[in-house]
Write a protein that binds this ligand. Structure first.
Ligand code: PMP
Ligand code: GLN
Length: 380
C-alpha cells in the first residue's frame, strides 16, 4: 500500500531503550520512572475491579473522574470546566493529541509546530491532511526559548492551530507569563485554535507557576488542553489522560473519540477518581523531582557536559561539544554502548535535520540508578 506516513519509522525512544537493554546500559533515554507507583493507587484500581466495575464506562469517561479533574483544574488554575461537556478521558495524551488534531484540522490547514517537538505531533497533523509549519525554538546559553516574532510571522490565513507544550519535552523549558501574553496577542481576533500539551503540568521547579492555558480564560476558550496521569502518578504504562476544552470543541473531539477508542478502561478511571481525592501526590511532585534533578545536575558538574536549564519535566539536556563532535544520534549510541548510559538525541525532535550537540537524559529514576549513571559518566 502507499504509506500515509512515509517518513515515520520506529520511534527513537523504542530504538534507544532496545539498545540500552541489549548493552546493559543504564537507561536514561526513554522517559519513564524505574520505580513503582503508590501502592494506594494500585489498591484503588484493583478495588474497583473487585467491586465489579468492569464494563464499558460512559463514552467521555466516568463522571466521578471528570468531576475530580474539573475540581483539580479549578483549584490550581481557576478555570471552571463543566465535567459533563468540557472534559473527556483519553487513552493517554498521545490519543488526546491525535483526536484533538483529527477533529479540528482539515485537509490543507496549517498547524504551527515549535521545534524541537514531541514526536507524536507531526504524524497527527499529517493523518488529518494538515500541513505542519515549523518554527524552531532559539537556543543560547540560557537554554531554549520561543521566538514569538517568528511564530507571528508564520501565521497565514490557513493557520488552524498552534501547538504548545509546557513544561517542554525535550528541553525542560517552561512558558512564562510573557510567553502567554505573546501567544494571546498572536491569536486574538483570529479563529486559530491551540493545542496545549501539559502532560508535565505537575513537574515545574524552583517555585515557578505552571502557566496552564486554563489560567488564561482568553486562551482557554480556544484550547485543547492535554494532560496524562501516566506522568503525574508514575504509571506511564496505564495510558490514561484527559482533554479539557470548551464545550463546542469537546463536542467535536468526542465525535472522533467515539469511533477511535470509544472509551477508556473502567477500573483505572474509578481508581484514579478515588486517588485524586488526596491532592498531596501531585502537589508534592515538584519537590520530589526537583530533588532528583539537583542530585543529577550536581553529579554532572564533575563532567565536561554543559548543563542547560531544566525548569520542568523530568528531563535534563546537556551540550557535549567539549567531549565529542559526533552528530547527536551517533553520540547517543556511543554513550550507550561505550559508556553504558543511554540518552536521547535532541535532533530526533526536529523534522528539518538539525544538530545542536545536545542530548536529553531522563532523571525519573531511583537515586541509585542516577548514581550508577553518574559513576559511569564521571569518565567524561
Ligand atoms: N506529550 C509529551 C510531551 C510527552 O512527553 C508524552 C509522553 N511521552 C506524551 C505527550 C504522551 O503521553 P501518554 O503516555 O499519556 O500518551
Ligand atoms: N514521552 C516519552 C519520552 O519522551 C516516551 C514515550 C514513548 O516511548 N512514546 O521519552
Amino acid at each position: 500500500i502507499v504509506s500515509k506516513l512515509p517518513n515515520v519509522g520506529t520511534t527513537i525512544f523504542t530504538v534507544m531503550s532496545a539498545l540500552a537493554s541489549e548493552r546493559g546500559a543504564v537507561n536514561l533515554g526513554q522517559g519513564f520512572p524505574d520505580f513503582n507507583c503508590d501502592p494506594a493507587l494500585v489498591q484503588a484500581v484493583t478495588g474497583a475491579m473487585q467491586d465489579g466495575l468492569n464494563q464499558y464506562p460512559p463514552m467521555a469517561g466516568v463522571q466521578v473522574l471528570r468531576e475530580a479533574i474539573a475540581q483539580k483544574v479549578k483549584a490550581l488554575y481557576g478555570y471552571a470546566y463543566d465535567p459533563v461537556s468540557e472534559i473527556t478521558v483519553t487513552a493517554g495524551a498521545t490519543q488526546g493529541v491525535l483526536t484533538s488534531v483529527l477533529c479540528a484540522v482539515h485537509a490543507g490547514d496549517e498547524v504551527i509546530v515549535l521545534e524541537p517537538a514531541y514526536d507524536c505531533y507531526v504524524p497527527a497533523i499529517e493523518l488529518a491532511g494538515g500541513i505542519p509549519v515549523f518554527v524552531q525554538m532559539t537556543v543560547d546559553a540560557n537554554g531554549f526559548s520561543v521566538p514569538w516574532d517568528k511564530v507571528a510571522a508564520a501565521v497565514t490565513p490557513r493557520t488552524r492551530m498552534i501547538m504548545v507544550n509546557t513544561p517542554h519535552n525535550p528541553t525542560g523549558t517552561v512558558l512564562k507569563a510573557a510567553d502567554i501574553q505573546a501567544l494571546a496577542d498572536i491569536v486574538r481576533g483570529t479563529d486559530i485554535l491551540i493545542l496545549s500539551d501539559e502532560v508535565y503540568e505537575h513537574m515545574v521547579f524552583d517555585q515557578q507557576p505552571h502557566e496552564s492555558l486554563s489560567r488564561h480564560p482568553e486562551l482557554a476558550q480556544r484550547s485543547f488542553i492535554n494532560s496524562s496521569f501516566g506522568k503525574t502518578y508514575h504509571v506511564t504504562g496505564w495510558k490514561v489522560g484527559y482533554v479539557a476544552a470548551p464545550a463546542a470543541l469537546i463536542a467535536e473531539f468526542r465525535k472522533v473519540h467515539q469511533f477511535n477508542v470509544f472509551t477508556v478502561n473502567t477500573p483505572v478511571q474509578y481508581g484514579l477518581a478515588a486517588y485524586m481525592k488526596n491532592p498531596a501526590p501531585y502537589l508534592d511532585l515538584p519537590a520530589f523531582y526537583q530533588r532528583k534533578r539537583d542530585l543529577f545536575r550536581d553529579g554532572l558538574k564533575n563532567t565536561r557536559f554543559k548543563l542547560l536549564p531544566s525548569e520542568g519535566t523530568y528531563f535534563q539536556c546537556v551540550e557535549y561539544g567539549a567531549i565529542s563532535d559526533l552528530p547527536e544520534a551517533e553520540f547517543s549510541k556511543w554513550l550507550t554502548t561505550e559508556i553504558g548510559v543511554a540518552a536521547i538525541p535532541v535532533s530526533a525532535f526536529y523534522n528539518t535535520p538539525k544538530e545542536s550537540g545536545i542530548v536529553r537524559f531522563c532523571f525519573a529514576k531511583k537515586d541509585e540508578t542516577l548514581q550508577l549513571a553518574l559513576d559511569r559518566l564521571a569518565r567524561l
